[in-house]
Design a protein around this ligand. Structure first.
Ligand SMILES: CC(C)(COP(=O)(O)OP(=O)(O)OC[C@H]1O[C@@H](n2cnc3c(N)ncnc32)[C@H](O)[C@@H]1OP(=O)(O)O)[C@@H](O)C(=O)NCCC(=O)NCCS
Length: 182
C-alpha cells in the first residue's frame, strides 16, 4: 500500500476554475484497471466533453491533495424518465463516476466519498442512495456491500457492452458508512 497522502480538506464541489481535463485524466487512470478484466467503463475512455456532460447539473465532488485532484464522485437525483427502473423510484439519489487516483487508493478515500454522498443524499431529501456497476466485478460489489449496499436490480446501458448490477442503500435504516475523509 502506498503512503497516505494529506488531503487539502473535505470534498469540495467542482467549480469552473477546475480543469475538466485533469478530471478526465483521473477517471481514465482509475478505471484503467478494469479494462484488464474485460470491462470498459465509459469513464475509462470518455473525452472531456463527455466528462463535462456527466457532471452538468449534478453535484461533482472532488478531493484534492496539494491542489491536485486525487478523488471524485458525482451525485444526482435522477429524472423520472431514467432508463434504469430503480432510478425512477421516488427518493432515490444516484452516485456515479466514483474514482480515487491509484496511488492514493486503499486509504479510505473511496469509502469517505461514498459516506459524503450518503450525507448529501439525505440533505437533498433522498431516502436511498443507489449506483450501478459491472455485475462481473465481484470484489468491487463486495466492497459496496460492506458499506451497506444491497443488490436490487440489473441494468443494461445502451452504450456499454457489459450488464450492470444496481446496488442501493436504504439511508433511513442503515447507519452512514464509517468513512473518514483523511
Ligand atoms: C473503488 C475505489 C473508488 C475505492 O477507492 P479507495 O480509496 O481505494 O477505497 P477505500 O480505501 O475506502 O477502500 C478500499 C480498500 O482499502 C481498504 N483500506 C482502506 N483503508 C485502509 C488502510 N488504512 N489500510 C489498509 N487497508 C485499507 C479497505 O478495507 C478496502 O479493502 P478491500 O478493497 O480489500 O475490501 C477505487 O478503487 C477506484 O477508483 N477504483 C476504480 C474506479 C472504480 O471502480 N469506481 C467504482 C465504479 S462503480
Amino acid at each position: 500500500m502506498s503512503k497516505p497522502c494529506k488531503l487539502d480538506g473535505e470534498p469540495r464541489l467542482w467549480s469552473e476554475g477546475d480543469s475538466i481535463n485533469d478530471l478526465t485524466a483521473l477517471l481514465h487512470c482509475a478505471y484503467a484497471k478494469w479494462v484488464d478484466h474485460g470491462i470498459r467503463f465509459v469513464a475509462s475512455y470518455q473525452d472531456d466533453g463527455t466528462t463535462a456532460t456527466r457532471i452538468r447539473e449534478r453535484e461533482c465532488w472532488i478531493l484534492t491533495s496539494a491542489g491536485t485532484i486525487v478523488g471524485t464522485v458525482t451525485l444526482y437525483l435522477p429524472k423520472p424518465d431514467s432508463p434504469c427502473e430503480w432510478y425512477k423510484r421516488p427518493g432515490v439519489a444516484v452516485l456515479c463516476q466514483l474514482a480515487v487516483e491509484p496511488t492514493h487508493q486503499r486509504h479510505g478515500h473511496g469509502r469517505g466519498l461514498v459516506t459524503w454522498c450518503e450525507q448529501r443524499a439525505v440533505a437533498l431529501g433522498a431516502k436511498d442512495l443507489a449506483l450501478d456497476t459491472a455485475e462481473r466485478l465481484s470484489t468491487l460489489i463486495a466492497w459496496y456491500e460492506g458499506l451497506g449496499f444491497r443488490k436490487v436490480d440489473y441494468h443494461q446501458w445502451r452504450n456499454v457492452e457489459h450488464r450492470n448490477v444496481v446496488l442501493s442503500k436504504d439511508l433511513s435504516k442503515n447507519p452512514l458508512s464509517r468513512g473518514e475523509i483523511r
